[in-house]
Design a protein around this ligand. Structure first.
Ligand code: AMP
Ligand code: FE
Ligand code: FE
Ligand code: ZN
Length: 289
């Protein structure tokens, strides 16, 4: 007998709070999701689960379903690959060690980038700290906000197109594990891994058929093909590969508050797919608010 679904739709499985580079607190994000008419939201801050508790409380208040998640930074040479992870154990020691290492690398990398930018622009590390919450996962968006506050850019997007663009010469990569290892870590922690925005520019090689086959064998659950930054041609190719390899397809907004134009619920995930994620997630439980 089929178990009745406990979650509500529409379902948006990718959103950021001020625990990383979103502009709203976890509770504000959950309230915004409710106001946008969503029934289920996943909080997927970069490399951190620090917002889960606050988001859970807000989800109960708002009668919204919360899927605890994270967007885990991984890397193949110079290509940054984001791995969404759902319903994993936030206390798993191997995963936690890698998250801690990535967050430390992000911090020193941001400090180094700001030191270099500071040679050409009036910008200090304190300017960046003023744009982050305590213990937030620091990223280029915070540097962008500091550049905006100093009047060097009009908004985040403009800062990314100009001073933070790799062509400007200030960009630096940071340590992150290989996606294959990240998939194994997430599965070992009881989580469900999905490659975020896999058809964006720059990660074409990473999602080749041979690499995807290896990742599927290692436990990759799916591909986030519903995302505004995916390009049409590689997206069409990945739909075919997903069908061939048995990977499921998700869609989500990647909402960052006022930090990005992405709107909550602009892409959504099918209930059947969320049902599978919940069935496979063993490290933590959804909050049925
Ligand atoms: P980082 O991980 O520090 O290299 O920064 C990458 C993050 O910057 C991504 O997670 C995005 O949220 C954000 N980002 C990338 N491009 C843009 C853009 N054009 N406008 C605003 N945010 C962006
Ligand atoms: Fe982000
Ligand atoms: Fe991402
Ligand atoms: Zn994201």
């Amino acid at each position: 007998m089929a178990v009745a679904r406990q979650f509500q739709g529409p379902i948006d499985l990718h959103a950021h709070s001020s625990v990383s580079d979103g502009t709203e607190t976890p509770a504000e994000l959950v309230r915004a999701a409710s106001a946008a008419g969503l029934g289920t939201i996943s909080l997927t801050d970069h490399d951190s689960t620090a917002g889960w508790a606050e988001a859970s409380t807000a989800a109960r208040d708002e009668h919204l379903t919360l899927i605890p998640g994270m967007e885990f930074s991984t890397r193949v040479q110079y290509a940054s690959v984001h791995l969404l992870a759902y319903l994993f154990d936030p206390a798993d020691s191997a995963l936690l060690a890698e998250m801690t290492r990535v967050r430390a690398a992000r911090l020193s990398r941001a400090e180094q980038m700001v030191a270099r930018i500071g040679m050409d622009y009036d910008l200090s590390w304190d300017d960046v700290l003023a744009q982050t919450t305590p213990d937030a996962t620091v990223g280029r968006p915070h540097i962008a906000d500091a550049l905006v506050a100093r009047g060097h850019a009009l908004n985040r997007s403009a800062a990314f197109a100009d001073i933070l663009h790799w062509k400007a010469g200030y960009f630096q990569p940071h340590y992150a594990p290989d996606p294959l290892r990240a998939i194994e870590l997430v599965r070992a922690a009881g989580g469900v891994p999905v490659i975020a925005h896999p058809a964006t520019r720059g990660i074409g090689d990473v999602v080749s058929e041979s690499r995807l086959t290896t990742m599927a064998e290692a436990g990759l659950f799916g591909l986030e093909l519903g995302h505004r930054e995916n390009k049409p041609e590689p997206t069409a190719r990945l739909y075919e590969l997903a069908a061939k390899l048995g990977l499921l397809v998700t869609g989500s907004s990647d909402y960052h508050g006022t930090g990005k134009p992405n709107r909550l619920g602009e892409n959504t995930t099918a209930p059947e797919v969320l049902e599978r994620i919940i069935a496979e997630g063993r490290g933590s439980a959804p909050v049925y608010g």
